[in-house]
Design a protein around this ligand. Structure first.
Ligand code: ZN
Length: 1296
């Protein structure tokens, strides 16, 4: 069927009208209208005419064919023809002439015209008195609301594929905007196609520059565009629209086969079934796959559609702003009042926000400010103090008082009071740690001025509804994007007026102008590019009847408050419409029918006939607008909930076909001041007030309210006001302009007004409210439409809203009850995500997780469980969701708090080793090792720890780590063996063989060996040498460590050397006595500084550190404490420090150090004691030289048998002094009382014995054959000062 229609349309477009008999005239009143009947189609007809308009293809005004209908419905055709009769009256004579021109060939080609597009002037042909309102509205729809789509292959495909997204016929101005290459501001109120223009411009630019090649490489990329707007709903809609347009465009440019075509169609249908064609955009459905930082943006994120809130979050993250709230000092006075006022202290489980928006301001701050102004106006006024000058955080009192009262008239005579309130609000906000959107913007702006944004280069920026932002917000956007090609801002002056905001398009334009100027300097370009400014003034949704009334109010504002709003060209529509109706002498009960019902005293309706159905039914596109909540309740009661009743404030941003404005002037605070309007009429009647700014400034906000109220209507506006005195002036003003119709008020206004709506219309309106997050009204509409499912959903969201709001002004119990109500409602309409969110608000994370699990949302469930510290469950569901990294990290969180988790965590890690990212694996393995290491040290579970280390091996570093750990265990064993002679070589053997395996595995793979690796190997060699009793190998190790300045291992090596020596045969020990003395001295040199250091309390941290390493001491959490590992010999040291042993063996640093020095002392004493004993058997030092020398044959002669050459004498004496020097080392231990009592007693005797034998056997002159004074002299003079001094001291005592 589509094919047949398209074929006919194709013939039409080729101009072959007569050849295919396409011109069957059905009407020829002024312009002929033709019809084409399609064969075999049950009377399907195409209705068309010749017209003219703007064509993109020829970029000019041209003749074109307008298709009015493709239908088989005879009634519809008749209606269209009737309406066309009227429509054609609108055409100007020139229009008619152009349309009727014709080429004379058989084939008719369009003619083009060079004239400017002419705005049709409806007054010319169309006078509203000629017809009834409904007819007029029908014509409006045909002429304006209907969009025409140029015929193209694109259209054909889109139709065939079931899409409806083709760009429709645009006007010349719209075309200019779409093709404007530079930055621009587009101004127009809703209904002027502003957003459409922005999207078209965006998609056009996107498609034109889709595959750019960068000069540096051949990689193609899409142009990067960002679209920002405040409303999540608008953002979502624009994104969807853009994507559909893009899809259509892509499809149109592609050749596809039949199979592909059916495949596509099938997919499309499935999607529609899944999404539901008119699915509602729900709160929290914003896509969150957009990263929170500009640095993380990748090409596939573009074009990027984000809300301003998300944009701010991204900037905060990119600039690394953690907290916006400023720390302020609380002085004592403030604390008192703060405590008193802060009556609702929230328990920590309830999620509170520290972001202040209007709602929070109203609920939390407003009543504290305690004033009789209008909350909304004050809030808006604060933004003047704070958001109008980006150079300062806020205006000073003087600056604020001196800003133009013409520009900002609202509080011009109360500025001091407003400033007081502002200061109070700011102080309170700072105390609460709260911030508002301007605080946030200023904080980011400060950083943005210092540092460029970074991240991928952005080409184009689009901002819609920019009037919703403050000027500082836009300053920030311009600053951040100072390198983009161009920026497109669109906004709505009417909204600006409605919100009473400080935003001015004039200011924005100036800002943009300066921005481009600075950019010229930055880019070193000579071209001045001024931003363009477009005003869209043709309103497609409203008609002139309404628009004239709106303009007349703007005129009043300009008349009385000349600079308070932007100037804008007068908005108009292509058609006239019914004039608004003003009811004269209206009284409340005129609303109702006089028969059939009557009013009680309290003005409630009482039905006379007892019928329970509402007597009037309003439509979905109708609303009664009232001033305040009190009036709202009254009217709602009056009409028995038959239709929508909303306050002026609530209707902002909404539009309705029909509006009944109820008691606007009666309930206006301006009262008699409205009379000043008469002065604008230049009437000289007496009693008219002359305008004075001071007396009448309240009207500046009242006019705005009135403007909002009347512009909510698209088609019909009825004004009913009881107070004739207050409403008379404006009525007179409007009557003078002849823009209202007055009617005598009599009963039954509402039944005249009411137009019943179909269920789908209520549904549509409900959806509208729902997406605007006005849930109460949405509930009302869905109730009317009978859509129970949506009513429930709206109700759930409404309950959630109530609960969220209550956070600001209720106690914990109320809040929790409120959230539970919402949860129940969400569960009933299967919105587990929302229910879970509610649980999270009140800190019930487990319950949130359970809800997610029920609906198989495993990842979300896992995240909730994580917050509830239910790690096991969190891990389980992360695993189910195949989020292995997250699962692993959850295990980590788990085991850090509960050690039972370690084993499961290890199992998990091994199971999913391949699926966990390297980074996460290393991190978690590290933590596991730390734990097992600590357990090993605390409880001696070394074997277990080694096994875990082994399991977790993943790379070279891990092997090094386990080797280090094994060496650590070996050290403890060695310490035990040599320090306290607990010998159990099998353990050492065990660990060394483990090491051996690992080393064998590693060595073959290592190409270049690091120093660290060599150190490890040498230490391993040392311990192996110890087991093998290989004294020479040990000697090599000593040399190695000494050269590498590894004091700890050097100490071990020297000790091991001494230890091995003791296990050798008597002969060998004797032969190596000199060496032994040397190593003993060496050991003293290493150890005694530590002992001195500790006892003298010098605290040389390097020495301390070295000895802590030697004794395997571990850090504890407290820097004043240290941990002694399990089975460390220090634990056996005689304890006299008086610190009780605890489970973990954590002691104070002093205790540990004392233990070390004690342990060292006893080791040194024993070694020296043994050297003393063995030394007495060595004739070189402990005997005289035998007078027979080497020829002595005396049995049992204990003397030394050598030939007394001077060099042998020298050697003897030197060795003797060496022995004596070693003996002297006991002094340190003795002096520092590190020896046991019996040991101490021995020290002096022993030293004395060696001093005596020195004198006796070596120094005293005996005979020329066996003594040589010169040698004695040489040796004495080469002695160290210390030894000589000590020796002389003792010698004195003995012999003098
Ligand atoms: Zn002898």
């Amino acid at each position: 069927m589509i094919r047949a229609v398209m074929k006919k349309l194709g013939q039409l477009s080729l101009g072959e009208w007569d050849r295919h008999e396409l011109r069957r005239t059905v009407q020829t009143h002024t312009i002929p209208v033709y019809e084409i009947e399609l064969p075999n189609s049950d009377g399907l007809k195409i209705l068309w005419q010749v017209d003219y308009g703007f064509s993109i293809r020829s970029d000019s005004l041209t003749q074109l064919v307008k298709i009015w209908a493709v239908t088989a419905n005879r009634k519809q055709i008749r209606e269209i023809l009737e309406n066309l009769l009227i429509v054609h009256q609108v055409y100007t004579s020139k229009h008619l002439c152009v349309v009727q021109q014709e080429n004379e060939d058989n084939v008719i080609l369009p003619m083009t015209f060079e004239d400017e597009e002419e705005t049709e002037s409806p007054e010319n042909g169309l006078h509203n008195s000629l017809m009834d309102d409904d007819r007029l509205l029908g014509v409006h729809k045909m002429l304006v609301t209907n969009k025409f789509v140029p015929l193209s292959r694109n259209l054909y495909k889109s139709l065939a594929l079931g899409g409806f997204n083709f760009t429709f016929q645009v006007s010349k101005k719209e075309y200019e905007i779409i093709n404007n290459p530079t930055s621009a501001i587009i101004i127009g109120r809703s209904g002027t196609g502003k957003t459409t223009c922005v999207i078209f411009r965006q998609i056009a630019s996107y498609l034109n520059r889709r595959l750019c090649k960068t000069s540096s490489n051949d990689k193609t990329f899409n142009i990067r565009q960002i679209f920002i707007t405040l409303s999540p709903n608008l953002c979502h809609r624009v994104k969807e629209y853009f994507n559909r347009l893009r899809e259509s465009a892509m499809l149109a440019g592609k050749k596809i086969s039949m199979t592909q075509f059916y495949e596509y169609k099938r997919k499309k249908e499935e999607e529609e079934v899944l999404d539901g064609i008119d699915s509602m955009f729900e709160e929290g459905n914003e896509e969150d796959d957009i990263p929170n930082s500009f640095h993380e943006l990748a090409d596939h994120h573009f074009p990027l559609f984000i809300t301003y809130d998300k944009f701010s979050k991204m900037l905060q993250e990119t600039y690394g702003i953690k907290s916006i709230t400023k720390q302020r000092n609380l002085d004592a006075e403030n604390i008192d009042s703060y405590d008193k006022e802060n009556f609702y202290q929230k328990s920590s489980s309830i999620k509170t926000t520290n972001f202040v928006d209007y709602k929070v301001f109203q609920r939390r701050y407003w009543h504290r400010l305690n004033c009789d102004f209008d909350c909304e106006l004050v809030y808006a006024e604060f933004s003047i103090i704070k958001g109008s000058n980006p150079e300062v955080d806020f205006l000073s009192r003087e600056d604020y008082k001196s800003i133009s009262i013409k520009k900002y008239p609202v509080f011009s005579y109360d500025r001091d009071r407003i400033y007081d309130l502002f200061e109070k609000y700011e102080a309170e906000k700072a105390r609460n740690g709260h911030y508002d959107s301007i605080d946030r913007t200023l904080a980011i702006l400060r950083l943005a001025k210092k540092k460029a944004l970074g991240g991928p280069h952005i080409h184009e920026v689009y901002i819609d509804e920019c009037q919703d932002n403050q000027i500082v917000d836009l300053t920030l956007i311009l600053k951040v994007f100072d390198r983009v090609n161009n920026i497109f801002l669109a906004g709505d002056i009417a909204q600006c007026i409605a919100r009473g905001s400080s935003f001015r398009f004039e200011d924005l334009y100036a800002l943009m102008y300066n921005w481009e100027r600075t950019r010229v300097k930055i880019n070193h370009s000579n071209v001045d590019i001024n931003p363009k400014r477009f005003e869209l003034d043709i309103n497609y949704r409203s008609h002139n009847g309404i628009l004239k009334l709106a303009s007349s109010i703007i005129d009043l504002i300009w008349h009385f408050f000349p600079n308070s709003i932007d100037r804008l060209s007068r908005e108009h529509s292509k058609v006239c419409g019914p004039q608004p109706v003003f009811y004269d002498e209206f009284q409340k009960d005129d609303l109702l029918d006089r028969e059939g019902s009557e009013l009680d005293d309290d003005h409630t309706l009482r039905r006379v006939d007892g019928d329970e159905n509402p007597f009037i039914e309003f439509g979905a596109d109708q609303v009664i607008i009232v001033r305040d909540n009190k009036a709202k309740m009254q009217v709602e009661k009056l009409i028995n909930k038959a239709g929508l009743v909303m306050t002026v404030f609530e209707t902002k941003g909404m539009e309705f076909n029909d509006v009944l404005l109820y008691n606007f002037f009666t309930d206006s605070p301006a009262c008699r001041k409205w009379r000043v309007i008469l002065s604008a009429l230049n009437e000289n009647s007496k009693g008219i007030q002359t305008f004075s700014h001071e007396r009448h400034y309240i009207l500046s906000s009242e006019f705005k309210n009135l403007y909002v109220a009347v512009t909510r209507a698209r088609q019909r506006l009825w004004i009913c006001d009881e107070n004739i005195e207050y409403s008379m002036p404006i009525r007179k003003y409007w009557k003078r302009l002849d823009i209202i119709k007055t009617e005598q008020s009599k009963g039954g206004i509402l039944s005249n007004f009411a137009k019943k709506s179909e269920s789908y219309e209520w549904n549509q309106r409900g959806k509208n409210f729902f997406e605007q997050r006005q849930y109460e009204q949405a509930i009302f509409c869905f109730d009317k439409s009978g859509n129970e499912e949506r009513r429930k959903l709206a109700n759930a969201y409404n309950l959630q809203q109530i609960a969220k709001d209550s956070i600001n002004d209720s106690d914990d119990d109320t809040i929790i009850t409120n959230f539970n109500d919402a949860i129940k409602a969400f569960k009933e309409c299967s919105r587990p995500g929302q229910a879970a969110l509610c649980y999270q608000y009140i800190g019930m994370y487990k319950e949130a997780g359970d809800v997610y699990v029920e609906h198989n949302m495993f990842e979300s469930a896992a995240r909730s469980y994580l917050k509830a510290n239910l790690w096991h469950k969190a891990c389980e569901y992360f695993e189910k969701a195949k989020k292995y990294d997250d699962a692993a990290l959850a295990y980590k969180d788990g085991f850090l708090k509960d050690s039972l988790f370690y084993e499961i965590a290890i199992k998990f890690m091994l199971k999913y080793k391949q699926k966990i990212s390297k980074k996460a694996y290393c991190n978690i393995a590290h933590h596991i090792k730390i734990y097992y290491h600590a357990t090993a040290i605390s409880y001696g579970k070394f074997e277990e720890a080694v096994e875990v280390y082994k399991k977790l091996i993943n790379n070279y570093e891990d092997i090094k780590e386990i080797l280090e750990f094994l060496l650590y265990i070996c050290r403890i064993n060695i310490l035990n063996e040599i320090m306290v002679s607990i010998t159990d070589s099998s353990t050492l053997q065990h660990y060394l063989s483990k090491m051996n395996e690992l080393i064998a595995k590693m060595e073959s793979q290592l190409i270049r060996k690091s120093d660290k690796w060599n150190d490890l190997m040498e230490e391993y060699n040392l311990y192996t040498a110890y087991l093998d009793k290989d004294i020479n190998k040990t000697y090599e190790c000593i040399q190695y460590f000494r050269s590498r300045k590894k004091l700890a291992t050097e100490f071990y090596a020297v000790n091991i050397w001494l230890q091995i020596l003791l296990q050798l045969s008597e002969i060998q020990i004797k032969n190596r006595h000199r060496e032994r003395l040397h190593y003993l001295l060496w050991m003293c040199e290493l150890a005694l500084p530590f002992i001195k250091n500790i006892v003298d309390k010098k605290r040389d941290s390097q020495i301390e550190k070295n000895f802590e390493d030697i004794f395997c001491i571990k850090e504890a959490n407290d820097p004043q404490k240290k941990q002694i590992p399990f089975s460390n010999p220090l634990l056996h040291v005689h304890e006299y420090v008086g610190e009780a042993m605890n489970n973990q063996r954590i002691y104070s640093v002093n205790n540990v150090h004392l233990r070390i020095s004690q342990c060292l002392a006893s080791r040194i004493f024993e070694l020296i004691w043994d050297a003393n004993k063995k030394g007495r058997d060595i004739p070189d030092i402990s005997s005289q030289i035998c007078y027979k020398f080497t020829s002595c044959e005396r049995p049992n002669c204990l003397d030394h048998h050598v030939i007394t050459t001077p060099s042998i004498l020298h050697k003897r004496l030197e060795l003797a002094f060496l022995q004596y020097t070693v003996m002297l080392k006991l002094d340190v231990l003795y002096r520092h009382r590190l020896l046991k009592e019996e040991q101490s007693k021995e020290v002096r005797r022993l030293q004395r014995w060696w001093a005596e034998s020195l004198v006796k056997f070596h120094i005293r002159y005996q005979s020329p054959q066996i003594s040589c004074p010169e040698v004695t002299c040489i040796v004495l003079s080469s002695l160290s000062d210390c030894t000589r001094k000590e020796f002389i001291k003792i010698a004195r005592k003995i012999w003098l």
